[in-house]
Design a protein around this ligand. Structure first.
Ligand code: GDP
Length: 317
């Protein structure tokens, strides 16, 4: 069954891709095993896309932007997949990103594939599934993978850690002094894109651009790329082509750095998964929970040093 699916997926069959992603997202143990088998077979076929992260708070215009950006990229002869990391997407609904009416035109395009955010699993959470889905999209021949996220919790950092190019969408706000951007995100962003630069918003967008540009200039950038600040209007389709041009410039300048960056990301992710696995094994250990609770009480009561208590827990493994 897996072999058939793999063959169809390699041919770019969207139903096969959807099925394969469902397998990856499944919580059933036998599906997880089949999914890992499938991913190992497809690994050599993956990796041939440009992976672009798009982050921004709800309402900033992400889906409007992705619709316009995706259509522009398809117009350049490419196939585009859109995936999401939505930390608010639990098992039963309640997601910030994933309603069906988003990106309506793009979702009807045969050169696009849009997948709403999965619910998180134990191992690596939503990010693990998105990473795996990304590989499947690449094996199915998608040239560009857009990974969308909101500025909630760790999700922006997780997405920045799985893409080649990380863009943050911003709103133009009058007199805004770097509000709405989380500490540490400026350092991760390859581009800040101020959306809604149209009508009355245009002047504010220009001011905001200057503001963010100044802030960006203060950061030390060690790599080959100087992060860009630009404005666009997703609704009016203005400057969208400039964003794509910027991504292409980045790719040209990146050269060998691309492979190095992905290798580093994989290594870091392996280490994170290892820690997650250890944690799961610990939780499953018969006496871990009770011993830990007992030692916590003793530490609070000042009967044992924190180091000795930690050693006692570690000793059961
Ligand atoms: P998301 O929550 O980040 O996905 O944001 P949406 O794409 O759903 O957009 C939120 C609101 O902003 C909607 O009412 C959009 O019509 C509006 N919007 C999005 N892009 C633009 C733009 O470029 N200009 C203007 N004026 N409004 C926009």
């Amino acid at each position: 069954m897996t072999q058939q699916l793999v063959e169809k997926l390699r041919q770019g069959n969207r139903r096969a891709l959807a099925k394969a992603i469902t397998l990856v997202e499944s919580k059933l143990a036998q599906h997880r095993i089949a999914a890992q088998e499938m991913l190992e077979i497809l690994l050599p076929d993956a990796g041939n896309s440009i992976r672009i992260g798009i982050s921004g708070t709800p309402g900033v215009g992400k889906s409007t932007f992705i619709e316009a950006f995706g259509k522009h990229i398809i117009g350049c002869g490419k196939k585009v997949a859109v995936l999401a990391v939505d930390p608010s997407s639990p098992i039963a609904g309640g997601s910030i990103l994933g309603d069906k009416t988003r990106m309506e035109e793009l979702s009807r395009d045969t050169n696009a594939y849009i997948r709403p955010s999965p619910a998180g699993g134990q191992l690596g959470g939503v990010a693990q599934k998105t990473r795996e889905s990304m590989l499947l999209c690449e094996a199915a021949g998608f040239d560009v993978v857009l990974v969308e996220t909101v500025g909630v919790g760790q999700s922006e950092f997780e997405v920045a850690g799985m893409v080649d190019f990380f863009a943050v969408l911003m709103q133009p706000n009058a007199g805004d002094d770097l509000q709405g951007i989380k500490k540490g995100i400026m350092e991760l962003a390859d581009a800040l894109i101020i959306n809604k630069a149209d009508g009355k918003g245009e002047i504010f967008a220009k001011q905001a651009k200057q503001h963010y540009q100044n802030a960006m200039n203060l950061l030390a950038h060690t790599g080959f790329w100087r992060p860009k600040v630009m404005t666009c209007s997703a609704r009016e389709n203005k400057n969208i082509e400039c964003v794509w041009q910027m991504v292409n410039e980045y790719c040209e300048q990146a050269q060998g750095e691309f492979a190095n960056k992905r290798a580093r990301q994989n290594k870091e992710w392996m280490n994170k998964l290892f820690v997650d696995l250890l944690e799961l094994k610990m939780q499953a250990h018969a006496s871990y929970k009770s011993l830990r609770e007992e030692l916590e009480k003793q530490v609070i009561a000042g009967q044992i040093t924190p180091l000795n208590a930690a050693k006692k827990i570690a000793d059961i493994f």
